[in-house]
Design a protein around this ligand. Sequence first.
Ligand code: NAP
Ligand code: ZN
Length: 350
Amino acid sequence: MQKSIGYAAHGLKSSLVPFSFERRDITPTDVHIEILYCGVCHSDLHQVRDDWGGTVFPVVPGHEIVGKVAKVGNEVKNFKPGDMAGVGCLVDSCGACSDCQEHLEQFCDNAVFTYNSPDKHTGGITYGGYSNQIVVDQKFVLQLSDKLDPAAAAPLLCAGITTYSPLRHWQVKKGDKVGVVGLGGLGHMAVKFAHAFGAHVVLFTTSAGKTEDAKRLGADEVVISKNSGEMNRHAKSFDFILNTVAAPHNLDAYTTLLKRDGTMCLVGVPDRPHPSPAIASLIFKRRSIAGSLIGGLQETQEMLDFCAEHNITSDIEIIPIQKINEAYERMLKSDVKYRFVIDLASLKSD
Ligand code: NAP
Ligand code: ZN
């Protein structure tokens, strides 16, 4: 076992504090990565606060991991020491079920998440990327082009794939009218991807102060969602809406903006249910409300390659790990531009 350091929350009301633990020694198929950067996802905050139930403390969050390969097992084919590598939300799955066979490992009933999942190697639970190193099976390690800035690429591993995947699944294409709800970590990536796919992008925000940024990021129009007059102007006009909001809210305000046969896909996972949507507005225009979960490994690699080709990364604010609790408070106030990324070099100064 290898002594490792990171930051963990030890209980429901506790802040994240320095934490020592052990990583497994590499097996023949493992890649050992020295972590350089880790993005801060709202899911980290949800799990530290146990918003979804089931958090096992101490929890070391972090699933937007970028680092340098330090060692590889003797059966590892695609990585060598010194390579840049990424790890997202998944570190294992059964490999045999239909989801795994179809490269949709995120839906595998036995998927192992990067943190807070049972760890078959240690018998404990998995620990995430707010730490100095990680050991991951080669199948769950992504290749990172040296064209991508490593810190700004870290959020692609969750915020990137979680927005890329539904935009691809619902086949967003040139000329489509696409709404993005919420300009946070996921939302700003959704704006960039929908714009890159040629859609007419409308950003819905509760923060009027984000209007100029949204346009710079690729939105063609910005709607302040609290203004019902502005909302009504877009009634029955959207092909697709991607809703990234992390809190319960009135979904009817958006379903009524969909065209006949339009879909609103939810990716935000609030701690409490949304108020029930009006079913009639779905029935009378055959509209759908759907959901989507991150993306499989193959699609995550495709997304990273797309980003390298089209020069897409996240807009980030780099923080030392010692500022993580403050970053969570700012995230709760929608005050993120547009993803915090932890520089793990700061761990050494604790
Ligand atoms: P984030 O950076 O905090 O952004 C969320 C944005 O939602 C905020 O910036 C804000 O944008 C808007 N918002 C917040 N509270 C709101 C409210 N009460 N009403 C309306 N809008 C509100 O969060 P994130 O990291 O993008 O994550 C968003 C959600 O997706 C979280 O629930 C997270 O757990 C979930 N998630 C899901 C998946 C998946 O696979 N499905 C993957 C990753 C994350 P404005 O200021 O523009 O209004
Ligand atoms: Zn995430």
